[in-house]
Design a protein around this ligand. Structure first.
Ligand code: SAM
Length: 294
């Protein structure tokens, strides 16, 4: 089997002219989460409409603007999902790691259910929704009034909130089941073990990992653990396939693709992350790495 090839494009994945239609077998990704504070600035810088809405909110405090900002963020992410639909093959799978957001705006605490918005948008594009995974994270503390703890009051009903201690790994398919020739050698060479099948195809995953141990730059990108990308690639692609990550960040998907002998293509708007990606992929000796700056 030829050595896997990897490509990074420094640019916005709302358009992916570098990738022909129907050529990608799997997308594994984690976008910036709408309404999570750490991503506000990036949404504002990339999209003038969102910047204008934030300015309006800051000036007027108008509640309706919050809903407009939230809608606009999903609209922008939706352009990437639509482009992903174009490049996926029939039967190709899209996996999106996303978390809901909790936030107080104008003194009002609420949840922004990003997972539900993402499912709705994917279905509008034409994707078929498959059963999803709840990634139970180890670190989140109980919440009280959005302050990250009960503050001694969680025993008295009714004003405490349920802790958001899961993220979602949403799974979608484009069209009908993927077809293979009988006894396809790459498919057989990609077979899972019984333990992997039993553990990974269950709905709750308790994966700990890089978010705790990551270096500064990886933390800045909110990198998902290697284990998440590794499992999804093994579950939903075969050796020699093409894997896409339109929000590449520190390059976790690229690394997992190389280790599992899949090809990959990743998009990233922030050129300062290239050094982190290169460091990660150096470790797995991804020599066949091509970088294009738009
Ligand atoms: C949540 S992080 C991805 C983390 C990644 N899974 C990892 O393990 O490092 C999202 C990344 O998408 C990038 N990004 C945001 N919008 C983008 C866009 N439209 N096109 C390409 N990259 C984008 C951000 O700069 C950020 O690095």
């Amino acid at each position: 089997m030829p050595k896997p090839q990897h490509r990074i494009i420094i640019g916005n994945s709302q358009t992916m002219p570098e990738i022909p239609d129907n050529t990608v077998h799997l997308m594994v990704t984690s976008p910036p989460y709408p309404m999570i504070k750490m991503w506000d600035q990036q949404f504002r810088e990339l999209y003038p409409k969102i910047e204008a809405l934030w300015k309006n909110l800051e000036a007027s405090g108008n509640e309706k603007t919050v809903a407009q900002i939230y809608d606009a963020m999903h609209e922008e992410l939706g352009k990437v999902w639509a482009e992903t639909y174009r490049v996926l093959i029939e039967g190709g799978i899209a996996c999106i790691n996303v978390g809901d957001a909790t936030r107080s705006i104008n003194g009002k605490f609420r949840v922004f259910p990003n997972h539900a918005r993402t499912i709705e948008r994917m279905e509008k594009i034409g994707f078929i929704t498959l059963p999803y995974i709840l990634w139970k994270k180890p670190t989140t503390k109980p919440m009280y009034k959005g302050k990250g703890a009960f503050l001694g009051s969680g025993f008295l009903p009714p004003n405490a909130y349920v802790t958001l201690d899961c993220e979602f790994i949403l799974i979608f398919r484009k069209g009908a089941l993927r077809k293979f020739p009988p006894k396809d050698p790459d498919r057989y060479a990609s077979q899972l073990t019984k333990k992997q099948r039993d553990e990974w195809f269950s709905q709750i995953w308790q994966v700990t990992g890089t978010r705790q141990t990551a270096d500064e730059l990886e933390r800045r990108t909110a990198a998902f653990p290697d284990e998440i990308a590794d499992r999804l690639i093994k579950m939903f692609s075969i050796k020699g396939d093409m894997v896409l990550d339109p929000f590449l960040g520190s390059g976790t998907t690229l690394k997992a693709a190389e280790i599992n002998r899949r090809n990959s293509v990743g998009y990233e708007t922030d050129p300062s992350l290239l050094a982190t990606v290169t460091k990660k992929t150096d470790k797995c000796k991804a020599a066949n790495l091509e970088v294009t700056k738009r």
